[in-house]
Design a protein around this ligand. Sequence first.
Ligand code: GUN
Length: 297
Amino acid sequence: MTEIIDGNAVAQSIRDDLATAIDQLAEEGVQPSLATVLMSDDPASETYVSMKQDDCAEVGIEAIDIEIDPDADASELYDAIDDLNGDENVNGILVQMPVPDHVSDREVLRAVDPVKDVDGFHPENVGRLVAGNARYKPCTPHGVQKLIEAAGVETEGADAVVVGRSDIVGKPMANLLVQKAPGGNATTTVCHSRTKDLAAKTRQADILVAAAGVPEMIDGGMIKEGATVIDVGINRVDADTEKGYELVGDVEFDSAKEKAGAITPVPGGVGPMTRAMLLYNTVKAAGLQHGVDVDLP
Ligand code: GUN
């Protein structure tokens, strides 16, 4: 029987466990806080940010909602980030990506104080992750690591294949899997749009992480019997539904399920974990900034 890995359930258990750390902070008079910054009118980005805000409220993290007109000058965004960097009541800052074309995403990521960079995207935090000394693990790959662990799958010595090399998912995912650390020690291959014979690579994978952003590009024929398949894709495709679209992953679920030993669904797999790990990093940030040694799940 193929295990369907329930991301909602694993995310809920992380949120439950975070209550301990939030209580420890409360005993020191600290309420963690997260500022989300949205400079976009993309409906998906708006939805993601509002879900992140709701998540914060649910676990007792203060959420600060900053919205910037997508047509505004880039300086408006930098000024907002500067204000948040200097505000000691703000522990975490998340600038929702992508930002408009006239704003440099690279510069935005550099502008966030690395100690408040709960995305883990600042070059200092990327460097720390690569060096095996992560401060904040990026939320999606960290969530994937937790899902693999929750499924009872050992990464040590496994052949892991990551499809996709984005800065947000693919690269940090590969870095986590390759670390000499729990949840790592995998023999890790990164595949991407220029990979020759992708199927030959993915069929070697004991653990396959699909993060290319291409709807249903991985089918059952590309999967090794019994593999653990983690689908990071959340793609809107046209469909005859009320909203006019449906969400599909990077994996063709029905055929993949026939081969996989364990697989995440879309939705309800990685998505909820990304959100839970953002709460985790925000609580961690509050602990670091206030010198409270919190117990994290
Ligand atoms: N856009 C898509 N994923 C992410 C994420 O994890 N963090 C931020 N800030 N923006 C995103």
